[in-house]
Structure formats: C-alpha cells, structure tokens
Design a protein around this ligand. Structure first.
Ligand SMILES: C[S@@+](CC[C@H](N)C(=O)[O-])C[C@H]1O[C@@H](n2cnc3c(N)ncnc32)[C@H](O)[C@@H]1O
Length: 355
C-alpha cells in the first residue's frame, strides 16, 4: 500500500503544480521590496509580557530556544513546565502572520529530573492544542560535543519547524547548497535533471551538519547556550523575507537580532535577563569587525523599547493575503505588490505600542 501520509500528499501536489508550470502561493513573495532601513527592539521582559504587547498576526518568524527546566542556569526552573510553555506557545500562534513560521529548538531530555521539559513536551502540546502544522523536524547534527561512557555521545539536537497555516513562507533557493564542480558537471549532463535546478544547488535537507560553538569560539559573547550564527542564518533566510519581522523572546545572546540586521529583517528580541543588552552590544561589535566595512551591513536602527517607530506597531501587518489582494484604485485591477510596499502604503494607527 502506498504511503498516505499528509507529507506525501503535499509532495505530490507540489510536483504536479510544478509540472503545470505553477508556483506555490508561498513562493510568490520571495521578491520582497528593498527597504532602506530595518528596526530592532531589544527589551528586558518576561516572554509572556512581551508577547501580550504584540498585535495579532504581526510576526513572520519566531526563533524560540526556550529553557527546559534542566537547571542549566537560575532561569531554568519551573513548577509546571507544560502549563508555562503552553502560555507562550498560544501567544506565539496568535502573533504569527498567516505566512508565519515558528522554530523550536530542543532535544529529548526526559531522562532528567522530574518536572523538566523537552521538545517532546512542546510537540505534544502543539499537537493537542494548536492548529499549526509541523513542516519539518530538523536534525542539527554537530561534530563536536561532550564525550560519554554510559551511553553514545550525543551529537544532535532537534529544531521543530511549524508553519502557522498551509501558506507558510519558505524560500528554499536562499539556502540551497552548491554542488561541487564534479557533481555539477555530471548532473548537467543528466537529461532527467533541469540545468537551472542543478545550477541553483541542492536542498540542504532536514539534517544540518553544523558545529556547535566551542568555548573559545570567536562568535561567543558570554551566554552559556548561545546558538551558532550559521544555524540562525539558515532559519532566517528560509522562513522569513526581507522587510518582515523576526521575534525571539528567549533572546539570550542576541544572535537573532544580529542575523536579522544582516539579513535585512526587522526584529524584536526579549529576555528576562537584562544582560541581553550587553551581549547585544558585543554582537554588534563582532558584526562590524566581521564585515569590515560597515557599509556592507544594511542600514538599521536599534530601539530600546517597543515604540511606534517599530513597523509592528506603525504599519499594516505583512502577510501573503495582503500581498495578493492589493487592488489598484485607478484601474480596479488586483495586482501583486511587494510586502514592503504594502507596509509603506498602509499605516495602521490601530496598532498602538505599549505606553
Ligand atoms: C536557551 S537560552 C536562549 C539562547 C539563545 N537562543 C542564544 O542563542 O543565545 C534561554 C533564554 O531564556 C531566558 N529566559 C528564561 N526564562 C525566561 C522568561 N520567562 N522570559 C523571558 N526570557 C526567559 C534566559 O535568560 C535565557 O537567556
């Protein structure tokens, strides 16, 4: 009997669409408008307090790397982990745009202390209480890690990617991996493969081999569980588009803000620990050192709080629906507009920032 999983049905549908020369609706907004500046709010805040201040459907991507109650640090301790996590998961779903994506970092830690949480706990909650769909369970496979004697040394962590609706945004081309010259030459001769697809490179698959940060890594700014820039960059590129808003309410080292700046996305970051601001300062210094010429970093502005200068409050939410349904008032003809143009054209005073 054939495999009737919804994944396969989706796959077959996409392949049929491509054969007809069509593109999936989520791919139509990959050419978002160029903007001249992005805005980045970084705040000291409890995750739920931050989320409650954000308008519905205002965020394109949430990068979420939560504490799991495994006593990694003073913030990592909750009486009822599932109840606590459910609170911010529901809020996350509310603030995501219809094209939005949520990525949850984690792993399976359930052999640990009673009361701890893990990615399984969160996926269980999502399955029971959320309409979002699991698009991929990404295996982040790192070559470096601790040794072990009583079990196989762990070399992976998972990243669960959920799309808010079936119209979730995904830009595969922005994260394809180039083939090596030899493979490329062989594939270009293969009549079954399209040369333009071969030139674009391969799908990086849902197994990502990327190193964790070593203790002495140049990227480190001092946070104990800082994630590598390479991992965050792939997520931001593939699951958000230029000019959209990326949110990280367990911001830690501020790496999501750095990547958002570099990739031309707006961002909001929050962490209960005010040291976030110090880490962020270091991130920005590293960014300038790494890029050498400041002019290579897209123009940006840092905001100390959530203010009406941030597009989340001042503009109409970017969503696929908006981009598809904008009508030219002169001709009455509907046309595709870039998300940035929709934003720029339709300020929305109803979305007020907190006082
Ligand atoms: C696993 S770390 C995130 C690390 C981050 N992804 C990075 O790469 O730097 C979790 C962060 O959540 C923060 N945190 C813990 N409880 C919180 C809460 N209730 N609200 C907001 N932040 C919280 C901690 O201070 C910590 O920095």
């Amino acid at each position: 009997m054939g495999n009737r999983s919804h994944k396969n049905a989706g796959h077959m549908g996409m392949n049929a669409l491509r054969k007809r020369g069509g593109v999936h609706s989520s791919e139509r907004i990959t050419q978002a408008g160029v903007h001249d500046k992005t805005f980045h709010s970084a705040v000291t805040s409890d995750c739920l307090e931050l989320l409650r201040q954000l308008p519905d459907e205002s965020i394109q991507l949430i990068v979420c790397d939560p504490p799991y109650n495994i006593q990694l640090a003073h913030w990592d301790s909750h009486q009822d982990y599932l109840a606590w996590a459910s609170g911010w998961l529901r809020e996350a779903e509310r603030v995501l745009a219809p094209t939005g994506n949520l990525v949850l970092f984690g792993g399976l830690q359930y052999q640990a202390e009673a009361g701890s949480g893990d990615l399984l706990t969160l996926i269980y909650d999502m399955r029971k209480n959320s309409a979002m769909r699991l698009a991929n369970l990404i295996v982040w496979n790192y070559p470096n890690g601790m040794s072990a004697q009583r079990f196989f040394a762990n070399r992976h962590e998972e990243i669960a990617w959920f799309g808010k609706t079936s119209k979730y945004y995904f830009d595969l081309d922005s994260v394809r991996e180039p083939y090596d010259e030899e493979t490329k030459a062989a594939y270009m001769k293969d009549k079954r493969l399209k040369p333009e697809s071969v030139k674009k490179g391969r799908n990086p698959t849902n197994v990502w081999r990327m190193s964790r940060l070593n203790g002495n890594s140049k990227e480190r700014v001092g946070h104990p569980t800082q994630k590598p820039r390479e991992v965050i960059k792939r997520i931001v590129r593939a699951l958000s588009f230029p000019g959209s808003v990326v949110l990280d309410y367990f911001a830690g080292s501020g790496i999501t803000t750095r990547v958002a700046i570099e990739e031309g996305r707006h961002s909001i970051s929050g962490d209960a620990d005010p040291i976030l601001h110090e880490y962020l300062g270091k991130q920005l210094s590293l960014m300038q050192e790494d890029t050498g010429l400041l002019s290579r970093v897209p123009k940006y502005e840092l905001l100390k709080k959530l203010s009406s200068d941030h597009p989340v409050f001042g503009r109409t939410v970017i969503s696929l629906r908006d981009t598809l349904e904008v009508m030219d008032p002169q001709t009455g003809v509907s046309r595709m507009t870039s998300p940035y143009n929709v934003w720029a054209a339709l300020p929305n005073p109803a979305r007020k920032p907190p006082p």
